[in-house]
Design a protein around this ligand. Sequence first.
Ligand SMILES: Cc1cc2nc3c(=O)[nH]c(=O)nc-3n(C[C@H](O)[C@H](O)[C@H](O)COP(=O)(O)OP(=O)(O)OC[C@H]3O[C@@H](n4cnc5c(N)ncnc54)[C@H](O)[C@@H]3O)c2cc1C
Length: 381
Amino acid sequence: MNRRDFLKILGLLALSPKRIYSQKNKTKDIIVVGAGIIGSSIAYELSKRRTNVTLIDKNKPGSGCSGSSFAWINATYPKEPYSYNLFSQLGINAFHLMEKELSLDIKWNGSLEWSSNIKDQNKLIESIKKLKSYPKFPPTEIIGYKKAEELEPNIKFKSNKNIIFSKSDGAIDPKDAISKMIRRIRANGGLVLYPCKFERILESNDSFTKIKTSTGVLKCQNIIFCNGTELDDSFGTKFLKKPRPGVIIKTEPTRSLINSIVYGPQIHAHQQRNGQLIIGEQITAPLKESSKNHLRRINKHFKNMVKTRNDLNASQILVGWRPIPKDDLPIIGRFKNKSIYLAVMHSGISLAAIVGSLVTQEIVDEVDSLLLNDFRPSRFF
Ligand SMILES: Cc1cc2nc3c(=O)[nH]c(=O)nc-3n(C[C@H](O)[C@H](O)[C@H](O)COP(=O)(O)OP(=O)(O)OC[C@H]3O[C@@H](n4cnc5c(N)ncnc54)[C@H](O)[C@@H]3O)c2cc1C
């Protein structure tokens, strides 16, 4: 889908201006709190429009969940309601456009998923049936191990006849994407400040918000909170579940082993164009274990799944903390008053590009996007 058609669809799904703001034609001062993939994408899209955008982070950009993510862009699971899955599908389209604009390094080789456990394997097949019952679904088929081996000659599929092949999926390097977004935000005249910690709201109403940060007081017409797991700390709310940790291993560049995203027994992996392997595991991180044990455990699963004699040569063993809303659905929209906006979600890598476009549309064009109707913070209060 080209840019014009994509924007046309987003436009069609935007409800006409409600004139909820009084300043439609003025250049807005907008602060985005949190330079993960969500905040950076929103600030990037805002910087392309007539806004004065300032992106702040208490640490380095990408140092939160985004930097320790598996970073699989997908719409493979039949998430409910259907609007959530559709949102993820449009997320893939949005990334194709952003990829061109920012020369992002995304490998669009699809994903292969299977399980060695019969019960889980049956669940997977059921989930694909459900996905295909949706009015629109991504190109997905069930293939046997012979075809899968043609796609991934170094993976042991062990005669599995039911491997889910989701063709439109991709894998991204989120830190690289964030730094490219930040470079462009600055080139477009936006500010990116770090370390700069949001501390508290000093004053806020429908037209402006004044905040205290670790480096001084800032005032803006709109403030967008993209601070992931720390959202509830900012407002004393209980919108999120306890964050769920996951181990991610990144290796030194190695010979080409994996083309797509392989989601097999116990672990999932992909390989970046520079040869670096990215490996995550299905279980929640056993936090009592040392990094050495994480590596030992994942290395064993890796050699069980991949035809290689070499042990993983880890360059980083990370534990990422997922921001997960109470009902698992993204939290996107206005909160408390019209100058405060929230954007926090799991699967934030898959959704980052579409979220950047839609939040910018809502704030700059002063519309409500129908695509975001099911994700409003107001469902919690
Ligand atoms: C192991 C693992 C695997 C995952 N795999 C996938 C996957 O394959 N596909 C997918 O789509 N999603 C995946 N996710 C989820 C995805 O990574 C997250 O949804 C996404 O990274 C969230 O991005 P974010 O920008 O909202 O949050 P973050 O990246 O956490 O960014 C929030 C930022 O806010 C800053 N901040 C916090 N408080 C303040 C403050 N007071 N002042 C200023 N700055 C502040 C932080 O420093 C941080 O940089 C995975 C997550 C994990 C942990």
